[in-house]
Design a protein around this ligand. Structure first.
Ligand SMILES: [Cu+2]
Length: 132
């Protein structure tokens, strides 16, 4: 009678351990795998544009929380213009309209995004608007 009982206990223990193993392995793999980093952007890093873009678009490797992500346009004088995040159906894309007129010169697009894994990443995309 003790044999089946201890077998049942070991089976239960094994089941408990394997149910723990999945969340633990997800925790181990998640942070490194899911940080949002830029895949492509429009304008691209270092772009020299002849005309001011109407919209900026940044594509990431991970789904974003758009409500908790930010975009700033920073001029050569370090003035910061917050850009309202556009409604975007693609969960990995951050987009915003630019002000109607931006002056020729050096600009930086500063992004900060919250990925769905809960981690915040940020970076700059510098570009130049050439004088006409
Ligand atoms: Cu992460």
């Amino acid at each position: 009678m003790s044999q089946p009982a201890s077998l049942a206990r070991r089976t239960l223990l094994a089941a408990l351990l394997s149910s723990l193993a999945l969340p633990l392995s997800l925790l181990g793999a998640g942070p490194a795998a899911a940080h949002a980093i830029v895949v492509t952007s429009e304008p691209a890093v270092g772009a020299a544009l002849a005309a001011a873009p109407r919209q900026v678009t940044i594509r990431f490797n991970s789904r974003l929380d758009h409500a908790r992500s930010r975009l700033l346009l920073i001029g050569a004088d370090n003035a910061q213009i917050p850009l309202p995040i556009a409604e975007e159906s693609d969960p990995v894309v951050l987009a915003a309209s630019l002000p109607a007129t931006i002056a020729p010169g050096e600009w930086r697009l500063r992004w900060q995004v919250l990925a769905i894994d809960g981690h915040i990443t940020r970076g700059d995309i510098p570009f130049t608007l050439k004088a006409p």
